[in-house]
Design a protein around this ligand. Structure first.
Ligand code: PMP
Length: 344
């Protein structure tokens, strides 16, 4: 591992080895010690740097990729940014099929990072040839020597965290971690990290965070896919309307569901109390801790680690916009709005 006072060969040398930062205020009314694994310290500002670098390097090791080849994925979010960053340094073409729902800012950001972006209609079914899934598959078939990252169905996503995030947390807590709290989107972060931690100490409790409107928690409990659980929600990056194979349900002890509104307020509270400017799902994960703490989950000697997956700057037009919060009805009283020093 290189230290920050050394010279780095390129930006990819800085992927991983993110800090574990003690949370001193936001959970102080609960028993236990709370620490955040702050993934915005990755050079692409999210945990997705780990999987982009790992999956691409595995393909290189297998001899599938050579310079000038193409990497394909269906995302306008953090994974797209990370793949674009890795592609620049390693000399690959990065092709991203994204939904027309993606903001212009996000698309511009990906283009700035050298990606070729295909904008596909949002309101068509996944099997429609125009959908971003089908466009990505078609491009993968057509472009010789291309690699399709396919993060929801790629088990290397779990491996990336098994080999990096898990060992880092074990070392940083000197083996004293008692609980891991992490959002589950593809499930790669929680599954890989949990698998490593449980191998060291099977008593560590692994708690996944899911959204209301997602099938994941119910599936974990019943092993049945219940379509009634699915409805639209606002938090991007956690929960899903399908069951990803990048989630290993056996290493997760339980799931906690959180609301859009409480997660948004908690994300803002993290900034105001801890000085950490992190994304919407960090708010969701912290919200889960609040719910668990209120139920008496933690005791004094516990060491609870929560993963904060990305940086707040990606949410300026959402959670960190007073206008957006107000439009969602999240500032539900005049008092609350005035407490935030805003006028409507
Ligand atoms: N938070 C954010 C902002 C994300 O983009 C993701 C990935 N979809 C997650 C959390 C969840 O991580 P994972 O996909 O590894 O479950």
């Amino acid at each position: 591992m290189k230290h920050r006072n050394q010279v780095f060969d390129n930006v990819l040398d800085l992927v991983g080895n993110t800090p574990l930062i003690k949370l001193n205020k936001i959970a102080s009314k609960f028993k236990g010690n709370f620490y955040a694994k702050v993934e915005s310290f990755n050079p692409g500002h999210s945990s997705k740097d780990r999987i982009a670098l790992y999956i691409i390097e595995q393909a290189e090791k297998k001899g599938i990729l050579s310079p000038g080849d193409t990497i394909i994925e269906t995302t306008s979010g953090n994974t797209g940014f990370s793949i674009a960053m890795v592609s620049i340094i390693k000399g690959y073409d990065c092709v991203l099929a994204v939904s027309s729902k993606s903001s212009a800012d996000k698309i511009d950001m990906l283009k700035t990072m050298g990606a070729k972006v295909y904008v596909c209609p949002a309101h068509v079914s996944a099997d429609d040839p125009r959908s971003y899934y089908q466009v990505a598959k078609r491009l993968h078939d057509e472009i010789k020597g291309s690699v399709y990252i396919n993060q929801y169905f790629n088990e290397l996503n779990i491996d990336a965290h098994y080999k990096s995030t898990g060992p880092e947390i074990w070392k940083q807590t000197e083996g004293k971690i008692t609980h891991l709290i992490a959002c589950s989107g593809t499930g790669g972060t929680i599954s890989g990290t949990a698998k490593y931690l449980k191998e060291q100490n099977s008593n560590i409790k692994i708690i996944g965070v899911d959204a209301y409107g997602s099938v994941i928690k119910k599936y974990h409990e019943t092993k049945e896919f219940d379509e009634k659980e699915i409805y639209p929600y606002r938090i991007e990056g956690l929960g899903k309307n399908l069951i990803p194979t990048a989630t290993d349900f056996d290493v997760i002890d339980e799931f906690v569901k959180v609301t859009d509104e409480e997660s948004a307020h908690t994300a803002r509270e993290i900034a105001k109390t801890e000085g950490l400017f992190v994304g919407y799902t960090s708010g969701a994960a912290m919200q889960a801790i609040k719910q668990l703490g209120a139920q008496g989950e933690f005791k004094k000697s516990d060491n609870v680690v929560v993963i904060f997956p990305d940086h707040g700057s990606r949410y300026m037009s959402k959670v960190y916009s007073d206008k957006w919060m107000n439009e969602q009805g999240f500032f539900d009283s005049i008092n609350e709005a005035s407490a935030q020093n805003i006028q409507y």
